[in-house]
Design a protein around this ligand. Structure first.
Ligand code: ASP
Length: 584
């Protein structure tokens, strides 16, 4: 037997008991007549001691040779401590060692295995298995497990069946590039790794599995943005014989269940906001509604004077920044420069201070009088002490710029409290999105999403205006998940492909299997997928998903621990009928 207890188990109630523990040496303190060793495992730390008087000499000698991270097994007796350590659960006891077995030696680790380590990100990624021994990483993995178990429990109790779908498939259109896998047995042919199980879960609906879910890996070969992983995990779901309302209800309840079970937070408000409203009020389809600062559109009260910048703008829009009337000139200049950075892209910013005495002082006092600014204050909801920030220009661009400013200021003003949770649904997304570069429309969600009833006709005349039965779940300014009611009719699916620029032949080659299936009694169906990594990191009150993934990739998509991706042998290439064409 390697252990009778874990290193987190023992309490005063175990006093005098003989125990066996196994674990890693966290630290050694050799006081000459007494040696203390902190023994660590997943469950905690227990203090061991070796005492010159009662511990046999050979064991003392062995103990003196222990190093950090050695793996050892000890037998000993639990003793109540004279001076207790209130900082750890096992702090009331220690174990007087009578037998010591070194199970394995260890080299000195490249960074300290402590909550506050001296190791930088890169070195910890390279030795991720050592990083996992540290509480912050270990606890995040345990936390992730808890969330995944709650998801499984909730969905399984709700009648959902977890079904595995294949990883070696054909392209699925989620808008990214596919990772491909060469087939040795089929010369020159490739599998694609799924960007999501989208088509398979729809086929499961045709197969009658009317409530499906899967906690599943998805793969997208995208240009890496900060905190994106080329492989990530989805909670993927699909239901048959449902309308949008049914799906929203189930997953609203799942979200509430998780927030209650994991965070102890009861959610009363679960608003629904149309995409158009989200864009108008927050300039963003994933608004953070933990704080106000809603947009106020000022065209009517700002385009009647001689101020050309506003008069020429498609949209003049402002927000109230709470308490910011006290900003110094220097701070305000810095803010103006912030919105002019290329990443934000505003040409400039007009602002007005709402003084405590009810008067206003703006950068455009030459054009606007106190009554004008009072109107801006009213529309943006500004109170005395606030600052009104106003941007103008092309409507979409200006909204995006003001949204960036809103988020930045909220961050600076500490309005984004990670312990507070404000979920909402954003609904009625546009069906199509115009690709500015190519001038073509493509599916905003994916090509299987159904338009809202009665809107099909608009496809020919005003494609950008067609709304879809598509929805996103947003939590604290992050898109946690999204889905849609699907097309389940072959003809309508063919029409959709046509509008997306597929020839009938292309549509048949890529998605013939799905359209064929629709001929054999496809039920009305819909679903969604939540991103598990992001969900877990938000519930865990942290920003980076990497911290909740056991073996993540770095920002360049590399696994620096196993050193992947890597070149393969010529023999392997030959076997796969591949030829590399790299110029040396
Ligand atoms: N397959 C979709 C996605 O990965 C989710 C869905 O529509 O159910 O975003």
């Amino acid at each position: 037997m390697y252990r009778s207890h874990t290193c987190g188990d023992l309490r005063v109630a175990h006093n005098n008991q003989e125990v066996i523990l196994s674990g890693w040496v966290q630290g050694i303190r050799d006081k000459g007549f007494m040696i203390y060793v902190d023994l660590r495992d997943r469950y905690g730390i227990t203090q061991l001691y070796f005492d010159e008087e009662s511990t046999p000499k050979d064991i003392i000698t062995k103990a003196q040779k222990l190093g950090r991270e050695f793996v050892v097994q000890v037998k000993g007796k639990v003793v109540e401590r004279a001076s207790k350590n209130p900082n750890i659960p096992t702090g009331d006891i220690e174990v007087l060692v009578t037998e010591l077995t070194v199970l394995n030696n260890a080299q000195v680790p490249p960074f300290t295995i402590e909550d506050k380590t001296d190791g930088g990100e890169d070195i910890r990624m390279k030795y991720r298995y050592l990083d996992i021994r540290r509480n912050p990483v270990k606890n995040n993995l345990i936390f992730r497990h808890k969330v995944a178990m709650e998801v499984r429990k909730f969905l399984s109790d709700g009648g959902f069946i977890e079904v595995e779908t294949p990883y070696l498939i054909k392209s699925t259109p989620e808008g990214a590039r596919d990772f491909v896998v060469p087939s040795r047995m089929n010369e020159g042919q490739f599998y694609a790794l799924p960007q999501s199980p989208q088509t398979f879960k729809q086929l499961l609906m045709v197969g009658g599995m009317d409530k499906y879910f899967q906690i599943v890996k998805c793969f997208r070969d995208e240009d890496l943005r900060a905190d994106r992983q080329p492989e990530f995990t989805q909670i993927d779901c699909e239901m048959a014989f449902v309308e949008q309302e049914d799906i929203l209800n189930v997953f609203e309840n799942l979200t509430k269940h998780l927030l209650k079970e994991i965070n102890g937070v009861e959610i009363e408000n679960f608003p629904r906001m149309t995409y158009d409203d989200a864009m108008r009020k927050y300039g963003n389809d994933k608004p953070d509604i933990r704080f106000g600062m809603e947009f106020g559109e000022l065209n009517e009260v700002a385009q009647h004077k001689e101020f050309g910048v506003f008069n020429d703008a498609e949209l003049v829009v402002g927000i109230a920044v709470p308490g910011a009337a006290s900003y110094t000139r220097k701070e305000l200049d810095a803010l103006v420069n912030w919105v002019k950075r290329p990443q934000v892209g505003a040409k400039g910013m007009v602002y007005a201070k709402c003084n405590e005495d009810g008067s206003f002082k703006s950068t455009v006092d030459k054009f606007y009088d106190q009554d004008d600014i009072a109107n801006w204050a009213k529309i943006t909801g500004s109170k005395p002490g606030d600052l009104i920030c106003v941007l103008s220009g092309d409507a979409n661009k200006t909204r995006a710029q003001l949204s960036a400013l809103r988020m930045e200021l909220a961050e600076r003003l500490n309005l984004r409290n990670p312990k507070e949770f404000a979920p909402l649904w954003v609904i009625d997304f546009p069906l199509l999105e115009l690709d500015e570069e190519t001038g073509h429309y493509h599916a905003m969600h994916h090509p299987f999403t159904s338009p809202k009833p009665g809107q099909l006709e608009l496809l020919d005349t005003d494609p950008g205006a067609v709304k879809a039965n598509a929805y996103d779940l947003v939590l604290n300014g992050n898109e946690i998940g999204g889905g849609s009611i699907r097309i389940h009719d072959k003809e309508m699916q063919a029409t959709m492909f046509k509008h997306l620029g597929f020839t009938p032949e292309e549509a048949k080659a890529q998605f013939g299997f799905l359209m064929d299936a629709f001929q054999y009694g496809a039920p009305p169906h819909g679903g969604l997928a939540f991103g598990l990594d992001r969900l877990v990191s938000i519930l865990g009150g942290q920003e980076t998903i990497r911290d909740f993934i056991a073996f993540p990739k770095n920002n360049s998509g590399r696994d620096v621990m196993i050193d992947a991706p890597a070149f393969i042998d010529d023999d392997q290439l030959k076997e796969l009928s591949l030829k590399l064409n790299i110029q040396e």
